[in-house]
Design a protein around this ligand. Structure first.
Ligand code: HEC
Ligand code: HEC
Length: 446
């Protein structure tokens, strides 16, 4: 349902509060940081309020539903600190039709919403919502998607597209990733290089399908929680996430017994229209979306542990970077690439080591087989190099959370002949027990 507008504390700061930290109210920084800390220089009160908003549980009166997966962002992103990975493994499905991927949108795919409001009352009408068909008739491809951690992603969001092109050019041809350029549905209004419908390098999600954190916020609000929003981008209303999801993609509200969930059926009527906020070239994300974005954008990178010279972790790091294992060919930490810029509203000049290229790779049979409508089978096998920063705070691993065992996750890189991770898995399997243990000791510092 649509999100009623409540003008709360942060609306005016949108995601542009970088630099608003005042002496005296800054969050303590930085090298000794713990998981969930803010970037140095972030206004502590603004960050705390945005975090509370991210963790706030929503109900039907707030706009939740009619179909949804959870009641708050924080309910899924919870491990270690608010914004962490989570135990929630979402369900995706689809099928091949004419040799290409079909997300079965008419049945609510590819993302399944597991819950509906059930019976609810709007304006005196008793309504009832369903959930997406389970299993959808005819679906043949099923995949789980583990909740990923959000620490440090504002730094990644701030990088210009050219950095990813440079990374790809540095990778050995046999394992080179693909830069996944996508259309921007909801630009970051602070970054002049982003426009509605313009292209940006996708870098977020297991498939690098999403170009920025604001768009991911509006997308998750709609698709995980059923809360629609609209925003103002340089004076133009942006309705990309304003259309309600209905169980099994029913075309009208009839599926919920003719009950209105919006005043204009199918289109959100929140603040952009109600308050004519878009007049005069206004740039503003819907207030909750702005808060989620601010919170995530200002989460510091997960702190790595120090490595003593000559230790097992030190030897393991050498193996990780070796030409035979090639882990660092995909799981990258190039210090000249991973330096934040101020483009998206975070602090510039922060060097970080995500151990990912944010590019997608053909992982062969490890790929989850899910794609967008019309994708070839080869495209559906592509997965983003999972960032390894913060690995020691994680439990479930790989896109479907199939294991908690780091060695098993590495061995699973063997995706058969087409898999770009297969040589690394084979090289890992050929290590001695002592070498494996050194490599795992290095991973345990991340
Ligand atoms: C039902 C659980 C659930 C809820 C609720 C949820 N998420 Fe997520 N989140 C996930 C999963 C699963 C993924 C991985 C999705 C994928 O790539 O398929 C994810 C990924 C993300 C990412 C991408 C991170 C990366 O690694 O690139 C962002 C950003 C994000 N979520 C933000 C949010 C925000 C903001 C909210 C609230 C509006 C939210 N999420 C609500 C489960 C959830
Ligand atoms: C061709 C690129 C590539 C190479 C080389 C590679 N990886 Fe990966 N790695 C990936 C991708 C892609 C994923 C996510 C796979 C999935 O879950 O579908 C991943 C996932 C992981 C994970 C699980 C992380 C998580 O969040 O679930 C670990 C651990 C890991 N890799 C370690 C390694 C190690 C150690 C090496 C070297 C032996 C290595 N990788 C080599 C691309 C690569």
């Amino acid at each position: 349902m649509f999100k009623r507008t409540v003008k709360i504390l942060l609306a005016a700061t949108a995601i542009g509060a970088a630099g608003c930290g005042q002496a005296g109210d800054e969050v303590a920084s930085s090298e000794g940081a713990v998981l969930g800390d803010a970037l140095p220089g972030t206004n502590a009160a603004t960050f705390a309020a945005a975090r509370d908003n991210f963790a706030a549980s929503e109900g039907a009166p707030d706009g939740l539903g009619p179909i949804f997966n959870e009641h708050s962002c924080g309910a899924c992103h919870a491990n270690g600190a608010v914004g962490g990975a989570g135990q929630n493994v979402e369900r995706r499905y689809g099928r091949l039709s004419g040799g290409v991927f079909d997300p079965m949108a008419s049945t609510g795919g590819s993302l399944r919403q597991l819950f509906g409001l059930g019976g609810f009352n709007v304006g005196g009408l008793n309504c009832n919502s369903g959930t997406d068909a389970n299993p959808a008739p005819g679906a043949t491809i099923f995949a789980g998607r583990l909740t990923t951690p959000l620490f440090g992603l504002g730094l990644v969001d701030s990088l210009p597209d050219s950095r990813f092109d440079t990374l790809a050019s540095r990778e050995p041809a046999a394992i080179r990733g693909i830069v996944n350029r996508v259309s921007t549905a909801l630009p970051n209004p602070l970054d002049p290089s982003q426009t509605t419908g313009g292209t940006r390098v996708g870098r977020f999600g297991w498939k690098s399908g999403v170009p920025n954190l604001g768009q991911f916020s509006a997308d998750a609000y709609l698709n995980e929680m059923g809360i629609t929003t609209s925003s103002c981008i340089r004076g133009a209303r942006n309705n990309a996430f304003a259309t309600e999801n209905r169980a099994n993609r029913a075309g009208t509200n009839a599926i919920i017994n003719g009950c209105p969930d919006d005043q204009v059926p199918g289109i959100d009527d929140d603040f952009a229209a109600e308050e004519n906020e878009c007049a005069g070239g206004v740039n503003e994300l819907q207030d909750d979306v702005a808060n989620f974005t601010f919170f995530m954008a200002h989460l510091a990178a997960p702190p790595a542990l120090p490595i003593a010279a000559g230790s097992a972790a030190d030897r393991g790091r050498t193996l990780f970077n070796s030409a035979s294992l090639q882990c660092s060919g995909c799981h990258r930490s190039d210090a000249d690439i991973f330096v934040s810029t101020t483009a998206g509203g975070v602090q510039g000049g922060i060097v970080f080591a995500p151990y990912s290229d944010f590019l997608v790779h053909d992982m062969g049979t490890l790929g989850d087989g899910i794609g967008n409508a019309g994708d070839s089978v080869a495209v559906t096998r592509r997965m983003r190099t999972a960032p390894l920063w913060g690995l020691r705070s994680r439990n479930l691993l790989l896109h479907d959370g199939r294991t908690t065992d780091r060695g098993a996750a590495i061995a699973a890189h063997n995706g058969g002949a087409s898999g770009q991770g297969t040589p690394a898995a084979n090289a890992y399997n050929a290590l001695t027990t002592a070498q494996k243990s050194d490599l795992l000791a290095f991973l345990a510092t991340l």
